[in-house]
Design a protein around this ligand. Structure first.
Ligand SMILES: Cc1ncc(COP(=O)(O)O)c(C=O)c1O
Length: 507
């Protein structure tokens, strides 16, 4: 396109009445012209004086646009010779836009600000797989959000006192990257806590601090398996770790659960996996406890076949009516268990601090790998947490929350009983932060969850936690921990209206 043609083309498209600054419009139009190769590489653009005069705009505007395009790599300026289109536009270098379409696209066609790429083309196969199974909720707070503790009860004053203390002391070593494995002070405090409260057998050196269970599983899977290896997962299981596994290149084999936990069939047992991922203290999401017999069987099987067991101990602190159960790791004598835990439920999810406990022989490799892969930090936060634990605030917070959540759980069971009697039984309520209400087998639990959301109530459909949702049992995960006591009964009534109206609709 010759310079004079360009001026005409620009003049036709600049729209002074559309509310967008002329500077931005001109910048975008010139970018389009370059990307579509209507302004080919090496061609000269009109001088700023000429273009400004022909468009009737300030020269300064054109100069600024040329400067911006030069910064972005679209044009280059040669002193005394003028401004030229660069050899390759920056987006072609990074491969973002569809260059072939851009060449063919007539300049006259209107191109939106940023041409969105068809998702199937932009994403890798594993990226597409991850997103097709994505389960994260846009809302993370409110009745009956499962898995979320009552963050409003967090002892913020104590925390901020400790935080301020560390900021006042200004220790540079807490503001740098973390040494592999996390802050030694926190690893010591945690080792003590895990030994006494969870029967985990470990030294501080076996602990690696992470940003939570997601990252712990990611690290364990990367270090202990190769793409194509098989991992057993419980069916149903937590969608979040399933997502981590989706991008790991592992093949997940869903294993059924019964009232004693994961229950591999003879066929499953005939094909030992590289790894298995289990929730022995509180099966997620159904809530049963893995029996001692099943624990022994799994440990023995893992020892014989050299498999790793990842024990996800995400919320075992909250057990109502009986003491929290000892960990599987504590029974392991062969060093086959990788124990993962989190402060997401005991303190608050946004803290993003969790931990792995790995067998002694792997401790150094895990610590080094986590620093290599994730370049960890957050040491000041870790120092605050270590002191929070050492001063006893952690255990007293858990104790208080256990009582509170126990009352809320009862309030929810009462509300459900009043409305449905034994018609819709609830399971998994002995521990944790949610229970599962079973719906008639052919009920569409997704439709119920959507109907509830329209009434501002968040619940999760149980079928979504199964490998085959279409043939899965129907139910709802109902979180009670974050709902104030007095809101539980009215919120349940609203939920029940959503359930009833959906079930009637599909009856
Ligand atoms: C079974 C299970 N594992 C792990 C997590 C997440 O842990 P984190 O927040 O530490 O990544 C959750 C959260 O709901 C969960 O239910």
């Amino acid at each position: 396109m010759r310079a004079s043609v360009l001026s005409d083309w620009l003049a036709q498209r600049l729209d002074r009445g559309n509310g967008q600054p002329v500077y931005r419009q001109l910048h975008r139009l010139l970018q389009q012209a370059i990307l579509s190769r209507e302004l080919p590489a090496g061609s000269k653009v009109p001088s700023s004086r000429l273009l400004a005069a022909e468009l009737g705009i300030a020269r300064n505007t054109v100069t600024q646009v040329y400067e911006q395009l030069a910064l972005e790599g679209y044009v280059t300026s040669a002193t005394g010779r003028g401004t030229f289109v660069a050899d390759s536009a920056p987006d072609e270098i990074v491969g973002a836009p569809d260059a072939a379409t851009a060449v063919a696209a007539p300049l006259a066609a209107s191109i939106p600000d940023a041409t969105p790429l068809p998702a199937a083309r932009a994403l890798s196969a594993r990226g597409a797989r991850l997103l097709s199974g994505a389960g994260v909720s846009k809302r993370q707070w409110g009745a009956f959000m499962p898995g979320v503790p009552d963050v409003t009860r967090f002892p913020a004053r104590v925390w901020s006192r400790l935080h301020n203390k560390y900021w006042r002391r200004m220790r540079p070593d807490l503001l740098t990257y973390a040494p592999g494995g996390g802050l030694p002070l926190l690893r010591h405090a945690l080792a003590e806590y895990l030994r006494t409260s969870r029967s985990v057998r470990c030294t501080p050196e076996q602990i690696v601090i992470t940003t939570g269970i997601h990252q712990s599983v990611d690290l364990a899977v990367r270090l202990l398996s190769d793409p194509g290896d098989v991992i057993w997962t419980e069916d149903p299981c937590y969608w979040g770790v399933r997502s981590v596994l989706h991008v790991s290149g592992l093949q997940s084999r869903p294993i059924a659960v019964d009232e004693e936990g994961i229950n591999p069939s003879p066929d499953d047992l005939a094909q030992p996996p590289k790894l298995m991922l289990v929730t022995p203290s509180h099966q997620y999401p159904l809530g049963m406890v893995m029996s001692l017999a099943r624990r022994r069987m799994l440990l023995e099987y893992a020892r014989q076949h050299q498999c790793w067991i990842i024990e996800d101990d995400y919320d075992s602190e909250f057990r109502y009516g009986s003491r929290p159960l000892a960990s599987l790791q504590g029974l392991d004598t062969a060093g086959q268990v990788i124990y993962v835990g989190s402060f997401g439920k005991t303190l608050f999810p946004g803290l993003r601090i969790g931990y792995l406990v790995v067998p002694e022989a792997l401790a150094e490799s895990f610590a080094m790998a986590s620093a290599e892969l994730y370049r960890e930090g957050q040491l000041l936060q870790q120092a605050v947490l270590a002191e929070f634990i050492a001063e006893g605030h952690f255990t007293s917070h858990i104790r208080r929350m256990r009582t509170l959540y126990g009352q809320r759980r009862q309030a929810l069971l009462d509300a459900a009983g009043r409305r449905y009697g034994s018609e819709m039984p609830a399971v998994g309520g002995d521990a944790g932060l949610h229970l599962v209400m079973q719906l008639p087998h052919d009920a569409d639990d997704r439709a119920v969850a959507n109907a509830a959301l329209e009434r501002n109530i968040i619940v999760r459909p149980l079928s979504g936690y199964y490998a085959e949702p279409a043939s899965a049992p129907s139910g709802l995960l109902i979180g009670y921990a974050c709902v104030p006591d007095e809101e539980i009964a009215p919120a349940f009534d609203t939920l029940a209206d959503a359930i009833d109206s959906t079930l009637v609709q599909f009856a």
